[in-house]
Design a protein around this ligand. Structure first.
Ligand SMILES: C[S@@+](CC[C@H](N)C(=O)[O-])C[C@H]1O[C@@H](n2cnc3c(N)ncnc32)[C@H](O)[C@@H]1O
Length: 212
């Protein structure tokens, strides 16, 4: 997945919930990566990996993704792999990801989201209390995560043959030219309203539409 991200030279990337740093060796060395995780044990392994691979472009910090210590607009891209459904309060984490990502930057989530198919979604809902005990939930829909945020889906790609996980690349539509489109906002005709965002890869078809 990381290899498909078209990372630009000197791009500033934040990986939230970096874990043991599995993805770190996959980023190109021409960017700067900051990885955070709440777990000291996970971070220790990520640090070892960074040292083994001589990744001088990687910085690792212990930090709560729901209350990050970074300034607003610090990063071009914020990545969260298998995190949004693993944290107790995904809203806090997503809101922090939006805050620390610059306007027009990218927010990328790799995750299982509740299925579009109503029957499978119902099964996922039943399973969720069980999987929650194991540390993640199966009943969270992508649209629920996006509702009320200024995120616009630019790309959604299933990353395994069973379509269980999806890579969702969003454009951060906060405060661009003084306008923000909040996902789920409707105009008088019941149609979604959108801000114009220059210089992004946002497509009309992809912007803010209900995506499962
Ligand atoms: C399922 S693991 C995914 C790890 C990694 N992204 C990967 O793909 O291998 C979720 C990670 O999120 C971290 N995490 C959970 N809650 C967090 C929080 N509030 N702040 C930062 N990290 C958190 C966990 O410690 C864990 O490393």
């Amino acid at each position: 997945m990381i290899r498909n991200l078209d990372v630009q030279p000197d791009e500033e990337i934040l990986e939230v919930g970096v874990g043991t740093g599995l993805a770190l060796p996959m980023y190109p060395r021409h960017c700067r990566i900051v990885g955070i995780d709440f777990s000291e044990g996970m971070l220790e392994q990520a640090k070892q990996k960074a040292a083994e691979h001589k990744m001088g472009h990687v910085e690792l910090h212990r930090m709560d993704a729901g209350a990050m210590e970074f300034k607003d607009d610090s990063f071009d891209t914020v990545v969260a792999a298998y995190v949004v459904t693993a944290v107790p309060d995904y809203r806090k984490v997503v809101s922090e990801m939006i805050r620390v990502c610059r306007p027009g930057g990218r927010i990328i989530m790799l995750n299982h989201f509740a299925n579009d198919n109503k029957i499978i979604a119902a099964i996922e809902k039943v399973l969720s209390p069980i999987t929650k005990n194991l540390g993640w939930r199966t009943d969270l829909a992508l649209q629920t995560v996006l509702d009320g945020t200024p995120l616009h889906v630019a790309r959604k790609q299933h990353v395994n043959p069973m379509r269980l996980w999806a890579l969702v690349e969003c454009v951060n539509g906060k405060n661009v030219n003084g306008k923000t489109h909040i996902n789920g906002a409707k105009n008088g005709n019941g149609a979604a309203t959108y801000a114009h965002i220059n210089g992004t890869r946002l497509s009309e078809q992809a912007s803010g539409q209900a995506l499962g």
